[in-house]
Design a protein around this ligand. Structure first.
Ligand SMILES: [Zn+2]
Length: 310
C-alpha cells in the first residue's frame, strides 16, 4: 500500500462529548504502509497538537552502482521509491562508478548523481580518468549535482602527492561547472582542511560519512560545508556519537547510508540501501530530543539546497 507526500490532520475538541476528533485533511505521505507505521507514534503525537507531518527522506550518499546490487538493482530501486525515500544521490568514485551513477540518474527521476575519482581509485592514469569524468558534466540531463567523492585517504598507501593533485584538480573542475563537492577524508584531516582553505570551492560541499572528529566538523562548518551523518552514528561502540549528533547545526546536517556498506542498527551487517536512512534520522532525533520528522525534513531541505535541486 502506498501514500503520497504529506499527512495533514487537525484535532478538534468536541466539547459536548468531551473528546477529541481527529480530522484527516489530506494524506500525502508517499511511502509504504510499513514506513508510515514505523513513525506512526510521531505522526499521532503531532496530530494531537494539530500539527502536520511531512516524512520525506533524502539519502545524500549511496552507491547503487555497486556490484552488490547487480542481481536485483531495478527491484531494489523500486522498493526504495515505494518506501518513502523521496530522493537519493548515487555517488561516483571511479571512472566506471561515475559512469554507472550517471546511468542511474538519467534513468530514474528521483535519483541524482555525482562524478569524480576518489583517492582510493587513483591509478597512474588518473589525469585521463579525471578528464573523462569531467566530460559527463557537460550534459545537464545527466543530473549531476556535485563533483565527488573526492578528497584524501591516508589509511591506504596511495601516493599522497597524487591524492593532493587529484583533489585540487577536481576542485577546479567543480568551480568551473559551478558545482559543490562531496569530500571523502580519512586520516587526513589537516591536509584536507589546508587544501580547502587554499583552493576555495565556490559552491562549498559536503563532508560525507561524517568522521567523528570535532576539529574537522568545526572547521568544515566554518568553511560553509555541510556534514553528512552515516550509519556509524547508530553503532553502540561509536564514541562521541551523541556529541557529534548535537554538534552539527540542523541547517548544516545531511543524512546518508553510504550503501551498500555501513548498514545502521538494527540492520547492521546486512547489505545497506537508502531505505535504511530512516534509522539514522531516528537515532539523531533521539540524541537531539527531536521528532524524527524534524530531522527528516531539515536534512531533506538541506540536501536540496546544497545540491541545487528544486
Ligand atoms: Zn561513498
Amino acid at each position: 500500500m502506498q501514500f503520497v507526500k504529506m499527512l495533514k490532520i487537525r484535532v478538534i475538541l468536541d466539547k459536548r462529548n468531551k473528546r477529541n476528533i481527529i480530522i484527516l485533511i489530506s494524506i500525502k505521505v508517499r511511502g509504504s504502509l510499513k514506513n508510515f507505521v514505523t513513525f506512526a507514534d510521531v505522526a499521532l503525537a503531532k496530530a494531537k497538537k494539530g500539527m502536520s507531518v511531512n516524512m520525506e527522506f533524502f539519502d545524500s550518499h549511496a552507491h547503487l552502482d555497486d556490484e552488490k546490487f547487480d542481481i536485483d538493482r531495478e527491484e531494489v530501486i523500486t522498493k526504495i521509491y515505494n518506501s518513502g525515500i523521496t530522493k537519493f544521490v548515487s555517488c561516483g568514485y571511479s571512472l566506471e562508478g561515475s559512469k554507472k551513477a550517471v546511468e542511474l540518474s538519467r534513468k530514474y527521476d528521483f535519483v541524482y548523481s555525482t562524478v569524480g575519482i576518489s583517492p582510493n581509485d587513483l591509478s597512474t592514469n588518473w589525469e585521463d580518468d579525471v578528464e573523462k569524468v569531467s566530460k559527463f558534466l557537460e550534459d545537464k540531463s545527466n543530473k549531476i549535482v556535485a563533483v565527488g567523492e573526492i578528497g584524501l585517504d591516508y589509511h591506504y598507501d596511495t601516493d599522497k602527492n597524487w591524492q593532493k593533485e587529484a583533489f585540487i584538480k577536481q576542485i577546479e573542475i567543480a568551480n568551473k561547472y559551478n558545482l559543490p563537492i562531496v569530500i571523502h577524508t580519512r586520516d587526513a584531516v589537516m591536509d584536507t582542511l589546508d587544501i580547502l582553505k587554499q583552493y576555495p570551492v565556490k559552491k562549498r560541499g559536503v563532508f560525507h560519512c561524517c568522521p567523528f572528529n570535532r576539529e574537522l566538523i568545526k572547521e568544515g562548518l566554518k568553511l560553509g560545508f555541510y556534514i553528512s551523518i552515516a550509519g556509524p552514528i547508530t553503532f553502540k561502540n561509536s564514541k562521541n556519537a551523541e556529541e557529534i549528533a548535537k554538534l552539527i547545526p540542523l541547517d548544516k546536517m545531511l543524512i546518508e547510508t553510504d550503501s551498500p556498506y555501513l548498514a545502521p542498527e538494527p540492520v547492521r551487517g546486512t547489505r545497506n540501501d537508502p531505505r535504511n536512512v530512516k534509522y539514522i534520522a531516528k537515532k539523531i532525533a533521539d540524541f537531539r530530543n527531536e521528532d524524527v520528522d524534524v530531522i527528516a525534513q531539515s536534512t531533506y531541505e538541506n540536501a536540496k539546497r546544497i545540491f541545487g535541486i528544486d
